[in-house]
Design a protein around this ligand. Structure first.
Ligand SMILES: C[S@@+](CC[C@H](N)C(=O)[O-])C[C@H]1O[C@@H](n2cnc3c(N)ncnc32)[C@H](O)[C@@H]1O
Length: 197
């Protein structure tokens, strides 16, 4: 088995052993170990939440806090509020705020488009999802709130990072060990939302 396959297999087995629904759960655990994104009682929105690994991790840390998960795919029951919709749904911000009753502390986005295999096209589609997540943040993220977004490296990456830096105090690039080395996937840890409202 190639080292990358062995690593994938390791995380797959670990996820099964611990009861996580996805290997991706380990990426979020690493992000939290380094950046301490979770707090007791916080309100979280998990974009692209299916099958539920990231929400499972968030549930471990937020105590009496709440999670609203959004995905175009369905999800097996978890103690979160689930909205079966696309990030493009214009009613999403209102629905989230109605459920939670106030703005959110943290937005997570592990959204990824169906991969076409055409690298540049997949990059554009993925960056588009991130901009949609940022548009949503403008409406539902509290001032000084945080956001974690998955991005694929590519020609639009620097512009995206610059745009995010206008809205957040700190934007840090992070590649979790649980993410395959050869994958262009990165995470942007965006801290301190600047919106005043
Ligand atoms: C890598 S998976 C997320 C895995 C998840 N973080 C976990 O740990 O279980 C990416 C998800 O993004 C979702 N997605 C893709 N496009 C979307 C869109 N337009 N709106 C909402 N979700 C979307 C997919 O359906 C898929 O479930």
């Amino acid at each position: 088995m190639r080292p990358t396959e062995a690593k994938k297999e390791y995380y797959r087995r670990e996820a099964k052993r611990v009861g996580y629904r996805s290997r991706a759960a380990f990426k979020l655990l690493e992000i939290n170990n380094v950046f301490h994104i979770f707090n007791e009682g916080m309100y979280v929105v998990d974009l692209g939440c299916s099958p539920g690994g990231w929400s499972q991790v968030a549930l471990q840390f937020i105590g009496k806090g709440k999670i609203v998960g959004i995905d175009i795919e369905d999800i097996k029951p978890l103690p979160i509020e689930f909205i079966n919709a696309s990030i493009e749904d214009p009613s999403l911000s209102e629905r989230i705020l109605n459920i939670l009753g106030r703005k959110v502390d943290l937005i997570l986005s592990d959204m990824a488009p169906n991969v076409s295999g055409i690298w540049s096209l997949d990059h554009i589609r993925q960056v588009d999802l991130v901009y949609k997540a940022v548009d949503l943040a403008e409406k539902i993220l509290r001032r000084s709130g945080n956001m974690v977004v998955k991005v694929f490296e590519g020609e639009m990456f620097n512009q995206l990072r610059e745009d995010l830096s206008k809205r957040f105090k700190d934007v840090i690039i992070f590649k979790p060990k649980a993410s395959r080395k050869e994958s262009s996937e990165l995470y942007l840890i965006c801290k301190g939302f600047k919106q005043v409202s």
